[in-house]
Write a protein that binds this ligand. Structure first.
Ligand code: FPP
Length: 249
């Protein structure tokens, strides 16, 4: 446990927030609309939460847009989601750039169509110089995939004689997982009423505070975001220590 991690427990605003954006489909269905309209409405919440994070000087925001398991959805919904991602990436890049937000996609993008892969690379390149905040979009991402990928990279290095198995420790593994270039995830929010991690940032969320909101993602705006931040500020982060050690009397 580094001193900076301990110090973070006393800081009220999270440096890194991750969100499982759940409830788009139910939001649409409750209004008798097709599910894809829920995803479209969810883009508005993405825009709003990015702006709120910028205002609050949050350094990193990581959003779960498409899990490695989401391919199991009806083919039509997957197709429409891919179309939506392509459009959003093209349309939002200018706004991100204007606000100093660097876009980074985490996940196995080789699973996407070449056109979407190209759009991802372009959007990342266009915002590469932005230094105010990082917006990580997890797409075709799974926490287990992330860890297996790290293990594979380390095994390759070991076979090449670059490292020995004894050198493999948490710090080295961390270097090969996604988001190792950013602050640890302080707060993990899931909207939509379910209370699960769903194979999101399994490695990175080891010490995250968890916040479950009943609000469906398209309705998630400033009030719900503030509620999550207030809950975070009220938590005592102990990182394995006792309460008395963290806040001595
Ligand atoms: C989960 O709701 C939501 C998704 C799987 C997709 C989220 C995508 C967006 C909001 C578009 C954002 C795009 C970018 C590029 C950031 P659900 O369908 O599982 O809802 P349900 O639980 O009500 O069925």
């Amino acid at each position: 446990m580094s001193q900076s991690d301990l110090h973070r427990s006393a800081v009220a605003t999270p440096r890194h927030i991750a969100i499982i954006m759940d409830g788009n489909g139910r939001w649409a269905e409750s209004q008798g609309k097709p599910r894809v309209l829920g995803h479209r409405a969810g883009v508005k919440s993405v825009r709003e939460v990015v702006a709120l994070c910028r205002e609050r000087k949050v350094e990193s925001l990581t959003l779960f847009a498409f899990s490695s398991e989401n391919w199991r959805r009806p083919e039509r919904e997957v197709q429409l989601l891919m179309k939506l991602f392509t459009t959003v990436l093209r349309r939002e890049v200018r706004l991100l750039k204007k606000n100093g937000v660097r876009l980074k996609i985490i996940g196995d993008i080789s699973g996407f169509e070449p056109k979407l892969q190209e759009r991802i690379r372009l959007a990342e390149a266009q915002t590469a110089e932005c230094g105010q905040m990082v917006l990580n979009i997890a797409a075709n991402y799974g926490g287990r995939w992330d860890m297996v990928d790290a293990a594979r990279q380390m095994a390759t290095l070991a076979l090449q004689g670059e490292i020995t198995p004894e050198q493999i420790d948490e710090a080295l593994m961390d270097r090969f997982t996604c988001l190792s270039d950013q602050a640890e995830v302080d707060l993990l929010i899931r909207t939509g009423g379910e209370q699960r991690i769903s194979n999101f940032l399994l490695w990175q969320a080891a010490y995250s505070e968890l916040f479950f909101s009943d609000t469906l993602w398209p309705d998630f705006g400033e009030a719900a975001f503030e509620e999550a931040l207030e809950a975070f500020a009220s938590r005592q982060r102990r990182f394995g220590q006792t309460g008395a050690q963290v806040t001595p009397r």
